[in-house]
Write a protein that binds this ligand. Structure first.
Ligand SMILES: Nc1ncnc2c1ncn2[C@@H]1O[C@H](COP(=O)(O)OP(=O)(O)OP(=O)(O)O)[C@@H](O)[C@H]1O
Ligand SMILES: [Mg+2]
Length: 424
C-alpha cells in the first residue's frame, strides 16, 4: 500500500493527495547526509541568507530533515509543522513546481503563512522526488527580508535538487542490486550444499548397507536368543531411518530422477489427500481443495512430487496447530492446482496455503537452507524445504513462497507440463 499525505495549496482552498516516501524506500546513508549538509551550509553562506533547508514530508507533517548550520537559522533540526495550513513547501509538493515568494508580507495569499511567523518572509523551493515519483520533500531557501532570488540562486538550488535526486536513485538501485546478489548467493549456497550432501550420502550408503546386512545375519544367527534378536532388530530399524534420511539427501542433491511417468495432476494430489485426511481430521483443520478442471498431463516422478506436497502440507499443519490449539473456523489449509497462465501455460502450479502463523522476513531468508528449523530439534530435522527445493528443481520446476506474518503462507510449486525439460 502506498503511503499518502494530503497537502493544502494556499490560495486555492484545495487539498491534494500525494504519494510520499513508502516503507520500501532505503534509508539515507551517512555519506549522503554529510554531503547534503555541506551543500546547504554552503548555499546559505554563498547566498547570505538565514535558512537553507531540506524538508521531508510525512503522513501528517512537514519536517526539517536537514538545516543549514548557521546561527541565524530559526529552524530546529527535526522540527515539524502539521500539514494542512498552507506551508510554502506544501504548495511546492502539491503543484510539483518551483515556488518563489519574494515578500510574503506584501502578498495577500502568503502574508499569514506559518513561516512568516518566524519572520521568514521570502521563499524559493523545489520538490524532491524518488525515482518512482514518490515525494521525499523539498529543498528550499528562506530569507527574513525581501528577496527575488536572482538567477544564480535558483540555478544553484536546481543543481542541488538534481544531485539529491540522483542520490535517491542511486540508493534505490543499490538496494535492488543487493537483493539480486543475495538471491544469487542463496542459489549458489544451496547448490554447493547439494553437491556436498550427495557426496556424503553416497559415502555413507555402502557401509550402511553393510550394517543392515550384517545385522540381518546376526538376527538370523541369534534365533532363539530373544534379547539378541531384539537388539539386532533395533539396529536394523535405526539403520533404516538413516537410509531414509540419506535417500532424502540424495533427492535434495538432485541425483534421483528415475521413475518418471505420465500423470494427471489431480491423481497425484488426490493420492496425497488420502494419506493426510486422517491427520487433517485429528487436528481439526478445514481442508479446501481447488483443482482446476481439464489440467494438462505432467510427466514427472509422482513419489517425489508427493513428497514435496507432503512436506509443505506438514509445515502448514504445524503452523496451524501452533496458532490454534483446538478447532477454529479459520484453521484452514488449502491445496490448489491450476494451469500457470503467467508462464505461458508451460507449467502447472500447485499451491499449498495455510492461515497459520506466517513466516517472518528474517526467518524467510533461511527456510530453504538444509537443517534450518524453528521447531524442536528432537522432532524436526529442518530438511523438509531444502529437500523439496532439490526435488522440484530436479523435476524442472520452481518452488517459491509468499507470506504475511501471523496471517497466511502460500508455497507455490511449478511443474512443467508434458515432462521434465532438458537442461532445466
Ligand atoms: N507453512 C509455514 N508456515 C510457517 N512457517 C513455515 C512454514 N513452512 C516452513 N516454515 C518455516 O520454515 C522452517 C523450515 O521448514 P522445513 O520444512 O525445511 O523444516 P522443519 O519443518 O522445521 O523440519 P522438518 O521438515 O524436517 O520436520 C520451519 O522450521 C518454519 O520455521
Ligand atoms: Mg517441514
Amino acid at each position: 500500500m502506498k503511503t499518502k499525505a494530503s497537502v493544502y495549496l494556499r490560495g486555492s482552498s484545495k487539498f491534494k493527495v500525494v504519494s510520499i516516501t513508502g516503507e520500501d524506500k532505503p534509508m539515507i546513508n551517512e555519506d549522503m547526509l554529510g554531503k547534503w549538509q555541506h551543500l546547504i551550509n554552503l548555499t546559505a553562506k554563498i547566498l547570505n541568507i538565514p535558512a537553507a533547508l531540506i524538508m521531508q514530508i510525512t503522513e501528517e507533517n512537514m519536517q526539517v530533515f536537514l538545516k543549514s548550520q548557521n546561527p541565524e537559522n530559526p529552524y530546529e533540526s527535526g522540527g515539524s509543522d502539521r500539514l494542512g495550513h498552507g506551508l510554502y513547501c506544501e504548495t511546492v509538493i502539491g503543484t510539483n513546481r518551483e515556488l518563489l515568494v519574494e515578500n510574503a508580507l506584501e502578498n495577500e495569499k502568503w502574508k499569514d503563512n506559518p513561516d512568516a511567523g518566524l519572520n521568514m518572509i521570502s521563499y524559493y523551493g523545489l520538490p524532491l522526488r524518488w525515482p518512482d515519483e514518490e515525494v521525499f520533500g523539498t529543498i528550499c531557501i528562506l530569507d527574513s527580508k525581501e528577496n527575488d532570488y536572482e538567477r544564480n540562486a535558483t540555478e544553484l538550488i536546481g543543481e542541488i535538487k538534481e544531485a539529491i535526486e540522483a542520490d535517491l536513485k542511486f540508493l534505490v538501485d543499490y538496494e535492488k542490486l543487493e537483493r539480486i546478489k543475495e538471491k544469487i548467493r542463496n542459489i549458489q549456497k544451496l547448490e554447493s550444499v547439494g553437491i556436498l550432501a550427495g557426496g556424503v550420502a553416497h559415502e555413507i550408503n555402502n557401509p550402511l548397507n553393510g550394517i543392515i546386512n550384517y545385522s540381518q545375519l546376526i538376527k538370523e544367527a541369534a534365533a532363539g536368543n530373544s534379547d539378541a534378536v531384539g537388539y539386532a532388530s533395533e539396529i536394523i530399524s535405526e539403520a533404516g531411518r538413516i537410509a531414509d534420511t540419506i535417500s532424502s539427501l540424495l533427492a535434495f542433491s538432485g541425483n534421483e530422477t528415475q521413475g518418471v511417468s505420465i500423470h494427471m495432476p489431480s491423481d497425484i494430489i488426490n493420492g496425497i489427500i488420502s494419506l493426510i485426511s486422517g491427520m487433517i481430521k485429528v487436528n481439526k483443520i478445514h481442508l479446501v481443495m481447488e483443482i482446476e478442471e481439464g489440467l494438462p498431463l505432467i510427466e514427472t516422478n509422482p513419489q517425489l512430487l508427493q513428497q514435496v506436497i507432503l512436506n509443505l502440507v506438514s509445515n502448514s499443519m504445524d503452523s496451524l496447530n501452533n496458532k490454534y490449539i483446538g478447532a477454529d473456523k479459520d484453521k484452514i489449509l488449502k491445496i490448489a492446482c491450476n494451469r500457470a497462465e503467467d508462464t505461458g501455460g508451460d507449467f502447472i502450479r500447485i499451491t499449498v496455503e495455510d492461515y497459520g502463523l506466517g513466516i517472518a522476513e528474517s526467518t524467510g531468508r533461511h527456510i530453504f537452507d538444509p537443517f534450518f528449523t524453528t521447531k524442536d530439534r528432537t522432532e524436526a530435522t529442518g530438511l523438509g524445504l531444502s529437500i523439496s527445493y532439490g526435488i522440484v528443481k530436479e523435476l524442472g520446476g520452481e518452488i517459491t513462497y509468499e507470506s504475511e506474518e501471523n496471517k497466511w503462507t502460500k508455497f507455490h510449486v511449478l511443474i512443467p507440463v508434458g515432462g521434465i525439460q532438458s537442461g532445466a
